[in-house]
Design a protein. Sequence first.
Length: 285
Amino acid sequence: MSGMPYDTDPAPACRPTDPAPARRSTGAAVRRRPRTAAAGRQEPDGPVAGPWIDDPYAHALGTGRGPLYLRRLTPPAPPHAAAGEGRLLPLDVERWCAAPDAVDTGVLDRCTGPVLDVGCGPGRLVAALAARGVRALGVDVSPAAVARTRRRGGTALRRSVFDRLPGEGRWGTVLLMDGNVGIGGDPVALLARLRTVAAPGSRLLAEAARGDVDEHLTVRVEDAHGRHGRPFPWARLGATALRRAAETAGWSVTDRWTAQERPFLELRRPPPPGRPTAAGRHGHP
Ligand SMILES: C[S@@+](CC[C@H](N)C(=O)[O-])C[C@H]1O[C@@H](n2cnc3c(N)ncnc32)[C@H](O)[C@@H]1O
C-alpha cells in the first residue's frame, strides 16, 4: 500500500501471509505455523488457529452483535467486584462494530499519521482515519476482524503484533484501544515491543481499564450460551498501572485524560538526543 511507512509490500497489506521470519512471541496470542505443516485448522501461511481466531469472537464479528465476554479462569474474580468486572468481562462488540463515537473521535484527533492500530478488531478507527485522509493500518490476528476492517474501507494485515510488522520504527502513532494493552498478558513486554515499532518522537495512545486495577489473568472468549475458545493470558490495567508499565518499557507519559469514564494515556517515545521528531502531522512529515 503506498504511503505507508514501508517501501514495498507488493501484495496488499491485508493479505494473510507473512514473508518475515518467525520472531519469538513473548506472550503472543498466536504462533507462526511451520512452513511445512499443513493440517487441521491451520491456514496457508497464516497464524496457527488460537484465541480470537477459532472462538465465538469470529461469529460475533460476523453478526456485529454480542453478548460476548472474556471469562476469567484464573485468578478468581475479586470479592465485591463491580458489575461487569467479575467472572465475565463484557466485550463491547456492538460499539466496536459501529462508527467511532465522540470518545473515539477525540482519540482520532490526536493521531499523527501514519497510524498503526494494534488489535484493530473490526476496524472502526482504521476506517475513520482513512476517511480523514490519514494513512492507517490495522493489525489483528482474527481473520474476521481483518475482513470486516477491509469491508468498511480500512487497510488491515492479519498478523500478531509480536511478529514482524511493516514499517517498524516509522509509525507516527500507535493505537492500543479497548483494553488492548492486555494483548499477550504481559503489558511491559507489549509496550516494549511497540517502542520498537513506533518512530522516535512518536506517540502511543492507550486506553486503560476503569478503576485502579492491575490484573494478570487467564481468560477465554465466551458467548452467552457458554460456547468458548481456548484459554489465553490477558491483563487489565487502570491508568496508574498502565503509567507504571509504560515507564518501565521506556515510554514517557505526556498526557492523561478521561472521557465518558474511559481513561486514556498519551505516551511518547523519546527521540534520540539532539534529533528532531520523525513524525509529522497527518502523515506528512
Ligand atoms: C479487546 S479486542 C479489541 C477490539 C478493537 N480494538 C476494536 O476496535 O474493535 C482485542 C483485539 O486484539 C486482537 N488480538 C489479540 N491478540 C493479538 C495479537 N497478538 N496481535 C494482534 N492482534 C491481537 C483480537 O483479535 C481482537 O480483535
